[in-house]
Structures are given as C-alpha cells and as structure tokens.
Design a protein. Sequence first.
Length: 255
Amino acid sequence: MDISIIGAGNMGGATALGLSRFCPEARITVTARHRETLEKFSSSGIASTLDNAEAVKGADVVIMGVKPWLLKEVLTPLLPLMKEKILVSLAAGIPASTLKEWTDGFNLAGVYTVIPNLAIEIGESMTFINEVSGNSGTLRTVNGLFSSVGKSMVVDEKQLGAGMMVASCGTAFALRYVRATMEGGIELGLYPRQALQAALQTVKGAAALADAHGTHPEQEIDRVTTPGGITIRGLNAMEEAGFSNAVIQGLRIWK
C-alpha cells in the first residue's frame, strides 16, 4: 500500500516514522516545503519529495499532516488527483461538514479525520478515527494502519474533541506530571537523571499494569494505599492542592 504524507511537521513526521517502522505493508512518501526538513526521513529510508502533487499521484492513501489553518490551501489543488483514493486529515477542529464540502465531487474512496498522538513515532499512539465518508473497506484500511502504530478507536465526530484532549494533548499533560515528579524527587535527594528515569518508568509501569488487568485505576491505587501509610497521605495532600480538579479543568478547555 502506497501512503503519501503531506507535511512533515511534528505530527506528520511522527506518523511517517511510525508507519515506516511498524506497518511493513506501507510504502511511505513524505513531503515538506524545505529539503532540510526531509533529510531525516531520507536517512531513514523513507521516500521524500518537495512536490505534493507528485506524492499524491502514486498514493492509495493520502494523509494530510498540515496545520488546520493551512489545510484548505494545501488540499484544494490536490483534490483532482485523488479520485478513488482515501484521504486522511490529521487536522483537529475541522468539522466533517467542512471536509465534505471541500471534497464533494472529487470521487474520493473515503474521507477520515484521524487524531493520533506523538507516540505514533514509536508505535504507541492512542488514535481516534472519525469517518466523514467511506465504507467498511476503507474504514478497515484506515483502522488497520493506525492500529499498527498503537491503539485506535473509531468514534463519533462529537467525541473527537474529547479524544484529542485526553490522548493527543494528554501526552503533554502526562509529561508535565513526570516533570513535577522529577522535581519532587530531586528535592528529596535523587539526582536529576535518577529522578527522571524513575518517574518515566513508574508512569509506564502503572499504565501497563492497569491496562493488563483491565481494571479501574482506583483498584490499582487501593493496592498501594495501606491504612495509615504514606501513599494515602501523599494522595490526600495532592487532592488538597487540587490535583484531580486541575486535570479535569485542563481537559475541559476544549469546551
């Protein structure tokens, strides 16, 4: 399967690297405005070009990795070349009705809004997929691609914003927790590298534990919080400082 990724910025570039590493049936071509941007992809064996039209002509799936405010400008001249191809937009906040309006009459095989996160680069994305138009076959293709680079979930359009906040923006939120834990660890006597390694591994292990057991997080928390112990005292201190409410308020800014 030939996949062209238009735009090699943070998300488009991460998607190119992830699919090239974890989706063996995918032949990736990536584009950018400047040759320097493409050097790291060429050095990884990924085909690259400065010509968006050239990339689209040979593709089965076209992934638009440009910023939302640039999407229409970049997409419009390419649409006549997309007959019977699948279009995937990584641009958050563009309504399905707008994508339908832009693509109407060009006989695309399917149009999808897809919200991955940066961990797609290492095959650990949490990706949300919304079908704007298509069929069971094209949906299976798109879902299969993004399932190869982590976990994917097909959702209604109204759920995309929540998915973006929890999983895409959530990468930054989780790493801000790691940074705070690292700083606290240093205050308690760990060297910075020790504190960072410990914080990262603990978050990774906690997530893997809950995922492996299929449990609610609170069930795993209960296993750590012995009566009168320091864990429950630490949790209560965090809640007194507004930890849970701060996280929820951070997520709700989408509304």
